[in-house]
Write a protein that binds this ligand. Sequence first.
Ligand SMILES: Cc1ncc(COP(=O)(O)O)c(C=O)c1O
Length: 450
Amino acid sequence: MSSTPLYDALRAFAGAEPLRMHMPGHKGKPLPLPELAGFAALDVTELPPTGDLYAGGGPIEAAEALWARVFHFFHCFFLTGGSTQGVHTALALACRPGEQVLLDRGCHRSAFHALALLDLYPVFLERPWLSGPGVAGPIAPEELERQLSLHPGIKTVCITSPTYYGVLSDIPTLARIAHAHGAVLAVDAAHGAHLPFLGDYALSAADLAVVSAHKTLPAPGQTALLFSSAAFDPARVRRTAALFGTSSPSFPFLAALDATRAWMEEEGGAAYRRAAERTASLRAYYPALTPVDAPLDPTRFVLRSPDGFADQDRLAAQGIYPEMADRGHVVFILSCADGPSEFARLRAGLDALPRGECAFPPPPPLPQAVLSPRQALFAPAEALALSQCVGRILAQQVAPYPPGIPVAAPGERLEKKTVAYLNDIGYNMREEVQVVRGSVCSAEGRPGFT
Ligand SMILES: Cc1ncc(COP(=O)(O)O)c(C=O)c1O
């Protein structure tokens, strides 16, 4: 394996048979869970030989620097709270409380939660909805230019690329536009940690970028990375990340990030390229979202289906579990861990599915925001069946797929049209959602309380 400074430091520490008079309480002895037998040896705390994530320096910073090099970024910070911690940190680095942010309407709920935590006010960047496949397309550069010209005070843009469906936006072009308006571009690339290992470095044009190692790389749950440009002082990045992370980050997770990068550089990249080739052959054979519909992650396979939910159940009956389904698609994450036998099994499962496609009604217009995300998410709330929510202000987002975009977000009033759309696309209208307690809202959007 290529250099693994943190993993090596932890192994050397464990091998020296230290007397561990510190936490964790297992003291490096086997955990009462045989599957995690080797875990405890590396599970240490902040000590001179192991380092301190939030202080920088030592073997952790050396391991982060190797990731920064691979991703063509100035700096990398290891996250043990998933991309969720990264999105919160990125927005805290880019914005001050009370500011407006130009936000991809397709952002993950971690971004909506960051708005509430940081008291930010979103102006939404709309995505075109690809008409044929019924999936949201990339952020159009013209939309970014239009919104930044309309809102010259906005100095932060936050988008998601790739999306759950693998749709990629043109980051270098979007970054150029943002920079021309004096704005920072933050990219939630939670689903794209593998792309630089396939030779795609477009993400490095962003000022801040977050990737989940655990989503697409051989890395454990919760491991993720925050990349930043030279405009952000690394010491400030660490201090800000500490606001949203545990004060006891897991050293085995940090070491796993170090070892994952080394393995990806040595073997994983080639394995990923083979997975991309196999994915291309699946796309050619089955009705699927393809790079002709939109620029796509070469390893994301999105099957078009007459009934995505039924197909998901049919596959589960064969022991095959996709990442997710919507009414007209089934989404599969393929990675370097999927070799010929996994692809053959998937093909056999796909062969047993009925073929066809599903039509989607156009999404409703964006509802009106009557409370800020912070007011809505921290307000006293009550649970109500969706069918009863017309006129109520949401205290959560309602985000059915497709297009993977919240039909309504926290602080927005649920309109009749929105509820009718949810009904039309087969959303479970009995599902309970959180609405601001006692809230009613006039047609003009003025909030009131019963
Ligand atoms: C686009 C996107 N961003 C962020 C996240 C949060 O990632 P994590 O689970 O690593 O916290 C997710 C999770 O699904 C996601 O899909």
